[in-house]
Design a binder for this molecule. Structure first.
Ligand SMILES: [Zn+2]
Length: 114
C-alpha cells in the first residue's frame, strides 16, 4: 500500500501552495502518474480522501492521468507508448530500443475556491 505515502506526499506538496494562493478549499487535483509507479488510482483516491480529512483539501477530487513508458525505436523510428517495460519495439519488433518516462509523479494542476 505505497499509495498511502504518495497521498501524504501529495497533501504536503499542495497545502502550502494552496494556502499561498489564499485558498479556502481545494476542489480538484490533477496528477500525472507514470505506469511504472504501479499506483492503483482508486486506492490513491481513497487514501487521499482519508489523509486530507480536516484540511482544506478535504473532499478534493483526484484526476489521475497515466503516463506511459515511451519506447523509441532506432530501427523504424517509431515512438510508442507502453504500459510496462518492454524489450522489443511494439511497432516492428526490433530490439535495442530506448525507454523513457513512465516513472513520474507530477502534480499538473489544482483547482481552489477562494
Ligand atoms: Zn521499431
Amino acid at each position: 500500500m505505497h499509495e498511502l505515502g504518495i497521498a501524504e506526499e501529495l497533501l504536503r506538496a499542495i497545502l502550502p501552495q494552496a494556502e499561498r494562493h489564499g485558498a479556502k478549499r481545494i476542489t480538484r487535483v490533477s496528477l500525472r502518474i507514470g505506469v511504472l509507479r504501479a499506483v492503483v488510482a482508486d486506492n490513491l483516491s481513497f487514501l487521499f480522501e482519508h489523509v486530507a480529512r480536516g484540511t482544506i483539501a478535504e473532499g478534493a477530487l483526484l484526476a489521475i492521468e497515466e503516463e506511459p513508458v515511451v519506447v523509441a525505436c532506432p530501427a523504424c523510428g517509431a515512438r510508442s507508448g507502453a504500459q510496462m517495460v518492454v524489450l522489443e519495439c511494439p511497432a516492428c519488433g526490433a530490439e535495442g530500443i530506448g525507454l523513457s518516462g513512465g516513472d513520474n509523479l507530477q502534480i499538473v494542476d489544482f483547482d481552489i475556491d477562494d
